[in-house]
Design a protein around this ligand. Structure first.
Ligand SMILES: C[S@@+](CC[C@H](N)C(=O)[O-])C[C@H]1O[C@@H](n2cnc3c(N)ncnc32)[C@H](O)[C@@H]1O
Length: 252
């Protein structure tokens, strides 16, 4: 399984992705504003790996002057359907098609782990103005909650890996070289149907690249397991947003 194949697996499932993936809580954007020392309103923000526009929609709603960058054709097309008023350009985090010193804030919402940090970090710092902020974040299901831990074990047993195993804070920092990231945790949850939860699960690259039969058999068994735990057909998906932030030093 190549990372490239997983990174592009989202394109075929872009509509499902847009419908089922969780958004991000207002507290996350409050934290980004506090750490960057300026409001989002009026800020020049570039959302990289923007996908179908889930983070971009929130940044746009808070008044950012937003530009989206997305490498995948399917995701970029869905982005245009979701946010027709926001410009999106094709490109990726390793080589941004943007002028140096042009952004107040660069965001990577669940996309930094698809980049090569040795290339993406200098690129991000180049595109930021001095004093500008780079913010990376991931919604991570809270495995301290019993049913989430049990589902993690079932995923590992079926696929041999865990669906949520992506850019951990430790990994970001280990690959950051001289840049210093601070780590912040923002807890939140959403109440949804078991079917929306399963559609969300099915939109993860681990399941997207599994064979149709393997994916379908897992989701059928998982539906039965969840309905035993949640007979009314709804559940709380508990999340912690892992947020990592660094600033381009002033004066360089
Ligand atoms: C998990 S999705 C996140 C989408 C969106 N930011 C959100 O919050 O819903 C990951 C996105 O990263 C994109 N991607 C893949 N490789 C990338 C790269 N090298 N640089 C930037 N984005 C990349 C994928 O096409 C996909 O749209």
């Amino acid at each position: 399984m190549t990372d490239t194949r997983r990174a592009h697996s989202f394109n075929a499932a872009a509509a499902q992705y847009a419908a089922a993936r969780p958004s991000y809580p207002p507290a996350l954007f409050d934290t980004v504003e506090a750490l960057s020392g300026r409001p989002l309103r009026g800020a020049a923000v570039v959302d990289v790996g923007a996908g179908t526009g889930i983070a971009a929609a929130r940044l746009h709603a808070r008044g950012a002057r937003l530009l989206a960058v997305e490498p995948g054709a399917g995701m970029a097309a869905e982005f245009r359907r979701q946010l027709p008023g926001v410009p999106v350009v094709r490109g990726d985090g390793n080589a941004l098609p943007l002028a140096s010193g042009s952004a107040d804030l660069l965001t990577f919402a669940q996309s930094w782990h698809w980049t090569e940090p040795a290339r993406a970090l200098p690129e991000a710092l180049r595109v930021l103005r001095p004093g500008g902020t780079l913010a990376l974040w991931w919604n991570v299901l809270d495995h301290r909650v019993g049913w989430v831990a049990a589902q993690g074990a079932r995923l590992a047993a079926h696929f041999g890996a865990h669906a949520g195993a992506h850019g951990t804070p430790e990994r970001v920092r280990a690959e950051a070289g001289a840049a210093e990231f601070t780590h912040h945790r923002v807890p939140w949850s959403r109440r949804i149907s078991v079917d929306t939860h399963l559609a969300n699960l099915g939109s993860h690259s681990l399941l997207l690249v599994a064979g149709e039969e393997s994916r379908a058999s897992f989701l059928t068994a998982e539906r039965a397991a969840l309905l035993r735990d949640f007979p009314d057909g709804t559940l709380d998906e508990p999340y912690v947003v892992d947020l990592l932030v660094t600033r381009r030093p002033n004066g360089n």
